[in-house]
Ligand binder design. Sequence first.
Ligand SMILES: [Zn+2]
Length: 424
Amino acid sequence: MSGQVPIQAELTWIDGEFKPGVRVTPGSDGRIDDIQQESSLQVTHPRMALVPGFVNAHSHAFQRALRGLGEHVPAEQEDFWTWREAMYRLVESVDVDRMRTICIQAFREMRLAGITSVGEFHYLHHPAGKQWDGDRVILEAAEEAGIRIVLIQVHYVAGGFGIALSGGQDSFNTNDLSAFWASMDQAQSLCQPCQSVAVAAHSIRGVPIDDVASLHAEACSRGLVVHMHLEEQVQEIESCVEATGSTPVRLVLDRLSPGAEFTAVHATHTVPDDLEELLAGGSHVCLCPLTEANLGDGFPDREVLQHHQGSICIGTDSNARISMLEELRMLELSHRLESGARGAWRDSTGHVHRSLLDMATVNGARSLGIDAGRIEKGAYADFALIDLDAPPLVDLEVNALGAAIVLGSGNNAIVDTCVGGLWG
Ligand SMILES: [Zn+2]
């Protein structure tokens, strides 16, 4: 299929429900040019449902190469930090060509999972000591796979509070803020259509809070969104309190006054009052359910998050498994198990699939600062096409379909994706 050809699927996801008789026409600029709703329109894709392409708000593409490798768990080392050691061994062994291959594979696999945009939280800047080659490789890999990318350029200067980077971490080093912004300018100059940049501080242990504040201020003046790993691990919080007298999120709230431009990735152990303040200020929280489950991170405060569901987005993070539908299912079902109650992420109508699908689409797009994740005139023409005759979905009523897709189907129900009006 090519761009600018109108598509009328049997059903189209618009305004939180599947509707028949919708024709969507992409324009030559890669955005949705026109939407018609008329029952007499000819169906071009029978037994197919058109949904917005998924937005993956947090990925480390190179970590796909760790799949299956970080799973040896010696007794009494059952935590995140042993996985991190495996990741560092990978970083020390990967060269530019290998990194390109890994990233292309990860991005292609994302498209097979219905993901049309990825926020690549990128900190492997110098693979095999090649200065800044990693930045170019990421953008080239995304172009090759045909996925829309926001290159979230990560500032990373310390191995902990008062600890210099060492060993494999040297590949992450952005030195100082002027070197970081020079790398941003360089990355921006490399961007092709469907590519843009954003800013990140790796974490409170990777960047001193003064640098985080300066980075945030400059990003805001440039109109760029800012992401940051925050409070995934208890040990990170304890070290921060010991070094600064404050928790990481408290420091960020006090020094940055973050708003809609800011996304906290994980916030697993953030105390309810801080989480409420962060979300009430308009910031996003990116949850990475499969990675957080894989690493045994724990549960974020659902009660607070539930009141701000429109600010939650989803990332595949370590890419140990790439399936946006499975991320959503893990998020819903794990919280049911934890709370002993159903409908963990239900909306005011009592359904869960609408809020979950929003997390995987429009909320992620807002977090990344891109006009995607919804089927609406003017938004990017980024779609996924779902086969209504796929085994998990065959013979279902329309009103069951949304929940069935989220809770009962998977990547094999997704038959094609479209990025900027271009299919497959
Ligand atoms: Zn991450």
